[in-house]
Design a protein around this ligand. Sequence first.
Ligand code: NAD
Ligand code: DAU
Length: 349
Amino acid sequence: MKSILITGGAGFIGSHVVRLFVNKYPEYKITNLDKLTYAGNLANLQDVENMSNYEFVKGDIVDGDFILKLFNERKFDAVIHLAAESHVDRSIANPTEFVLANVVGTVNLLNAAKHIWRENDDNLFYHISTDEVYGSLGEDGMFTEETRYDPHSPYSASKASSDHFVRAYHDTFGLPVVISNCSNNYGSYQFPEKLIPLFINNIKNNRPLPVYGKGENIRDWLWVEDHAAAIDVVFHKGKVGDTYNIGGFNEWKNIDLIRVICRVMDKKLDRTNGESEKLITFVKDRAGHDLRYAIDATKIKNELGWEPSLQFEEGIEKTIGWYLENTGWLESVTSGDYQKYYDDQYRRR
Ligand code: NAD
Ligand code: DAU
């Protein structure tokens, strides 16, 4: 039985990857290692928690001794590494947390893999990264796998650094690695501090919708289950040492996307058309706010046969429907200190 470590499996994307692998590959033993920060929630995985090929381990990837011990005990054959601090605004408020989790945490995992893996064994260290490492685009062009790194936020700088370490362990120590860099994900189980679930939750509760700057920044949105499917493909068919860009070919200016969310919410909540838009509030821009991201996902399509399956119009309807049906989940993840933290951040804008 192949033993696979998935880190950050209790988070947004990680929970979709765990669900996919546990259900699709009964011959794999999946260990989900997660610290359960504010962003990690075992309720995201209730449907797989009793499966015989799944186990959860609570732990911190920043603790190098603990990680080495875990690898020595479990002898993982492969790693799919998603654990990270992932929110750009939090990285501006507290960069050091991001260096620890994203850089030191990744290096600890690389060291442990290097310690137990032998040449010619069938191992793989798969690092999940972001398009933000490439910096910001102007009106034209797209990020390809050859685009030079140019990170601007502490979050993207920490992810760029972790990508470099992963490549360095391949080039220096021959560690079998693969990296993918993906655009903005949306879908179920995303912590409601990120644009789409935050705005759904705020509209539901008649709270202001804080649009940074003029709302002119552009992001390329991909349905999270399509990202999980791409991760499956890269894990099984990707070339060791290579990088794959993953994206939705689906660019939206923030303000246009927000208006779509408002319209769908009005419809679903039986509100008068235009009611949710009244909550739009333009606030101080995010510091160092990248203008535009757009992924050229041609390589993964041509070489590995992956492409997005879902049209955005269907995906956003489905996503909004999910948050409105799962109010218990929404309330449980925003309970405790979160709402106070959010209100405090909002007041500062
Ligand atoms: P998330 O914040 O929802 O989840 C991160 C998970 O990592 C949480 O469960 C958290 O508890 C865990 N974690 C954090 N620090 C840890 C630590 N020190 N030790 C162990 N576990 C820890 O993030 P996400 O949006 O699901 O992103 C997952 C990965 O995908 C990240 O590496 C992120 O950089 C990358 N990514 C995200 C997006 C996106 O749009 N969300 C796009 C491209 C790439
Ligand atoms: O591109 C991939 C990245 O996408 C991932 O690597 C990150 O982990 C993920 O958080 C996401 O980063 P963004 O900064 O693009 O996502 P966020 O949802 O925070 O913001 C999306 C856009 O919306 C961005 O231009 C900022 C803007 N925004 C965001 C929030 C939270 C607002 O205008 N108001 C808000 O309240």
